[in-house]
Design a protein around this ligand. Structure first.
Ligand code: NAD
Length: 486
């Protein structure tokens, strides 16, 4: 079955009629599925169903129903987990281990928010006898969830879980390149009994107009967006004058700070994995390796060896240790960025990343490392989104912090040191939503993630994610409960 053909509107999967996109396996260029989009009328029906269900209130006012439904959704997703893994490998070019991790985390996240749905409490305050204030949490309204392609299930569920737990009704808008896997997931979770029709819709977007259309729609009050900082800025610009609630999870440029006393083998392993996870196409990938001068040569040597051992290849082969790039343009960007480093006086290629397309037939590259003595360059300031990192040297913890913060991004960072106090000192001073110590890229359903500066606003995962989908209401009343009843 080609799940990309259909759009979910008011409980019915409707065949798309507008636009056509073929999602392709980047490891071997075979087609995975045709994606057909909605026309304007069908898209309008999707929003109308979400509005109707929100106003009806059955879902909005029944946290136990929401909890039971989210748990049932987790069970339903588990029954198709093997198919989801296979589709993530083929449509996304991921390694099998990465795909399994993504599917398991998504199921776990649904269960976590099933629990939290039953733990939404307000507060009460009585300032004087006879006065009573209730502070209540309400779902913020119809929500559009717009996702990128690089982790299409976890990035969907970390918005969808809290949105549904909070009581919002939702329209999901996947990236066109990962619509097939997204729609299989949506088909499984919407098959559960007790999900009121209209709570959850999904609109394909082969021609890339539905996202902006949803952002501009007057009945969509919450936008939960994960994607590039450039698109996030466009969304903020159009949603701002309408004062919509925005949750923006944007780009990153994660530094890894390696102090002289770090366990160098462990740090090299963590940093190399951080550079190459999802083939360098993850928002929290290590992009800048900042190393204390006294160990710079030794660490560079170990890091280059570890990176050289990476084996790019199709995700279903057990010997592959790095999957495919998104497409040919990502491969070409990887090569062009290395040329830009070669052309700059303050930069030098330390490990050349190769184009393996000729040998493999797929969009494969090897990782690249370059030294830099400047932070004032697009290679240091922009997100590259390929397995390529800069190697920069510092002389003191203060300089490490200053280098790490010489960026508009602030999504994630790591510090590697045997001295816990020093690592903690540096971690506290880096402007970043997440800082890992002696490891890189550990994300948990229970712990908040999000960006400082141009990396976004709001938090997902954990209890704080609910806030992105809630309004706070003050209800006040006066009565005579201080007077003894007759
Ligand atoms: P993208 O911004 O190109 O697209 C993301 C989504 O936005 C897609 O579904 C796209 O169709 C939609 N879109 C495009 N223009 C739009 C508009 N004007 N209005 C509304 N929606 C629009 O990003 P991408 O290439 O799919 O993903 C890679 C980016 O996502 C990287 O920058 C990466 O760092 C970022 N990302 C961030 C996180 C995080 O947690 N902060 C996680 C994953 C990816």
């Amino acid at each position: 079955m080609n799940y990309g053909h259909v759009n979910l509107v008011d409980g019915i999967w409707l065949k798309g009629t507008q636009g056509h996109y073929v999602s392709v396996n980047p490891a071997n260029r075979s087609p995975v599925g045709d994606v057909l989009g909605p026309d304007g009328h069908v898209a309008e029906q999707a929003v109308a169903a979400a509005v109707r269900e929100f106003r009806r209130g059955q879902w909005v006012r029944n946290p136990r129903l929401r909890a039971a439904t989210l748990n049932a959704m987790a069970d339903a997703a588990a029954t198709v987990s093997d198919d989801l893994v296979d589709l993530l490998i083929s449509e996304n070019g991921k390694l099998r281990a990465e795909a399994i991790g993504e599917v398991m985390a998504s199921i776990s996240e649904l269960r976590y928010y099933a629990g939290l749905a039953r733990d939404i409490f307000g507060r009460a305050f009585s300032g004087q006898p006879g006065q009573m204030s209730l502070i209540e949490k309400e779902p913020a309204g119809v929500c559009a969830i717009i996702t990128p392609w690089n982790a299409p299930l976890t990035l969907l569920v970390r918005s969808l879980g809290p949105a549904l737990a909070a009581g919002c009704t939702v329209i999901v808008k996947p990236h066109r390149a990962t619509t097939v896997v997204s729609n299989l997931f949506m088909r499984s979770i919407t098959s559960v009994p007790n999900l009121p029709t209209g709570v959850l819709q999904s609109l394909n977007d082969p021609d890339d107009w539905v996202g902006a259309w949803l952002v501009n729609h007057e009945d969509v009050r919450v936008i939960s967006f994960t994607g590039s900082t450039a698109t996030g800025a466009k969304i903020a610009t159009s949603a701002g004058p309408r004062f919509k609630k925005l949750s923006l999870e944007l780009g990153g440029k994660a530094p890894a700070v390696v102090m002289a006393d770090a366990d160098l083998d462990r740090a090299a392993r963590e940093v190399a994995k951080g550079i190459t996870v999802l083939s360098g196409q993850m928002c929290v990938c290590v992009s800048r390796v900042l190393v204390e001068r006294s160990i710079a040569d030794e660490f560079q040597h170990r890091l280059k060896i570890t990176l050289s051992e990476i084996k790019p290849g199709p995700g279903h082969l057990p010997e592959s240790t790095m999957g495919a790039m998104f497409d040919d343009s990502a491969v070409e960007r990887h090569l062009a960025n290395q040329q830009a480093a070669v052309a700059h006086l303050d930069m030098e290629i330390l490990l050349a990343g190769k184009d393996l397309r000729g040998d493999t037939g797929g969009c494969f590259v090897t990782p690249a490392l370059f030294s830099s003595r400047t932070t004032d360059h697009p290679l240091i300031q922009n997100e590259l989104f390929t397995p390529m990192a800069s190697f920069e040297i510092f002389d003191s913890p203060e300089e490490a912090v200053s280098l790490a913060n010489a960026s508009d991004f602030g999504l994630a960072a790591s510090v590697h040191s045997a001295d816990h106090n020093c690592a903690r000192w540096v971690a506290s001073r880096i402007d970043s939503g997440t800082v890992w110590i002696n490891c890189h890229n550990r994300l948990f359903v229970e712990t908040e993630t999000g960006g400082y500066k141009s990396s976004g606003m709001g938090r997902l995962h954990g209890v704080e994610a609910l806030l992105d989908f809630q309004e706070t209401k003050h209800i006040y009343f006066e009565n005579d409960y201080e007077t003894r009843p007759q």
